[in-house]
Design a protein around this ligand. Structure first.
Ligand SMILES: Nc1ncnc2c1ncn2[C@@H]1O[C@H](COP(=O)(O)OP(=O)(O)OP(=O)(O)O)[C@@H](O)[C@H]1O
Ligand SMILES: [Mg+2]
Length: 358
């Protein structure tokens, strides 16, 4: 039970970004899940945004570490130090996590041992209680889907390390499918393409910028975009720049789209027919940073024939939903707040549910 002075946090510990929600305050932190470490002493030099600015620019004695891989903790000590740094930033002088209950999202399908390990990382830092929440459930709750009703909802969360498809009903995950292709793998494909085609090396941050600025899964001959990029020539070793267009990378984007469509197909195939019918009517909720890839919602809708809605805050909804988990478990997400939550998620089906409750 949450005592009067207890604090409640919802944490989305993602492969690319960490987002923290604090009850009563809203989203209090959004930072990349990155840490810069001195090789010889193991000392942490920078965390989050500060460490991200160092990517590709570190001297030989500094390592840049993503402590999470494919959504799960790959390096416990560094993850723990990173979390400590973030919570300290949020809490100021207060000792971190004292008197707090923490709901933390984990990818669906991980083992109970892995879940327990995530909870212990938080408990170890002094939290009174830590609960691991499956990411699609948290995302759906944060986006205002009626997860507790006997109606199927399909959530597609495209993050940095993993893309997860899950069908939820009656407060649980009925079927799910996870693929290890998401935002970061597109960046890697772009790095490989530029290397192969132009003999030029570019950094991770440039690749991500290319994806965000000119990446699109829509018709490559439609709206053509281009950008100048800089890198290092692999033959003479000198800095060089070139102009890259959206149509050049469209086949990489298409390849990624095919993986996502296949994941949706596999999930629906495993799904009980009644719930698959609900999904046809109500549509797909798209969330995670990958949801912002240009044209993704439109293409998925066209290819599957199922309506697609992007969550209102696609990169925050998991942390938001994790933070609301306690109220949800205690049945305290009252009618009015549930209606308000649902209003966040766009779409006809959502409006209909709100109306039928009124
Ligand atoms: N406008 C955009 N267009 C395309 N991709 C984007 C955009 N904005 C962010 N991204 C990508 O979204 C990804 C990060 O999304 P998110 O923060 O949801 O991941 P995460 O939760 O940290 O990862 P995971 O859920 O896999 O553990 C990054 O790969 C980033 O490049
Ligand atoms: Mg995520």
């Amino acid at each position: 039970m949450l005592k009067r002075f207890d604090m409640l946090y919802g944490i989305d510990l993602g492969t690319s970004n960490t987002v923290i929600y604090q009850q009563g305050k809203g989203i209090v932190l959004r930072e990349p899940s990155v840490v810069a470490i001195r090789q010889d002493t193991g000392e942490i030099v920078a965390v989050g945004t500060e460490a991200q600015a160092m990517i590709g620019r570190t001297p030989g004695n500094l390592d840049i570490i993503y402590p999470l891989m494919d959504g799960v903790i790959a390096n416990f000590d560094v993850t723990s130090a990173m979390l400590q740094h973030f919570v300290k930033k949020v809490q100021g002088r207060a000792p971190w996590f004292r008197s707090s209950q923490v709901y933390i999202s984990v990818p669906c399908g991980i083992t109970n041992v892995q879940k327990r390990a995530v909870e212990e990382t938080v408990i170890h830092k002094g939290a009174k209680k830590a609960v691991a929440v499956e990411e699609p459930l948290a995302a759906a709750l944060g986006a205002g889907l009626p997860v507790d009703e006997p109606i199927g909802s399909l959530v597609l969360d495209i993050g940095g390390g993993t893309s997860q498809v899950a069908v939820l009903s009656l407060g649980g995950i009925v079927v799910s499918h996870t693929v290890r292709r998401a935002g970061m793998s597109i960046d890697k494909d772009i790095i490989d393409y530029v290397k192969r085609t132009y003999n030029m090396a570019i950094g991770e941050r440039t690749a991500e910028e290319i994806k965000i600025r000119i990446g699109s899964v829509l018709d490559p001959d439609g709206e053509k975009k281009g950008m100048d990029i800089r890198g290092r020539d692999l033959i003479d070793g000198l800095p060089r720049s070139l102009h890259l267009t959206s149509s050049e990378i469209s086949s990489l984007m298409d390849d990624f789209l095919m993986t996502i469509l296949e994941a949706i197909r596999v999930t629906l195939e495993k799904c009980p027919p009644e719930l698959a019918g609900d999904v046809m009517d109500r549509g797909i909720l798209l969330c995670g940073g990958g949801a912002l890839l240009h044209g993704l919602d439109e293409r998925i809708q066209k290819e599957t024939g199922v309506p697609v809605h992007i969550a209102d805050q696609p990169m925050d909804c998991t942390a938001l939903g994790a933070g609301r988990m306690l109220d949800y478990q205690n049945g305290r997400l009252g009618k009015s707040s549930r209606v308000a939550l649902r209003e966040i998620a766009a779409g006809k089906a959502v409006e209909e549910t709100v109306r039928s409750e009124a």
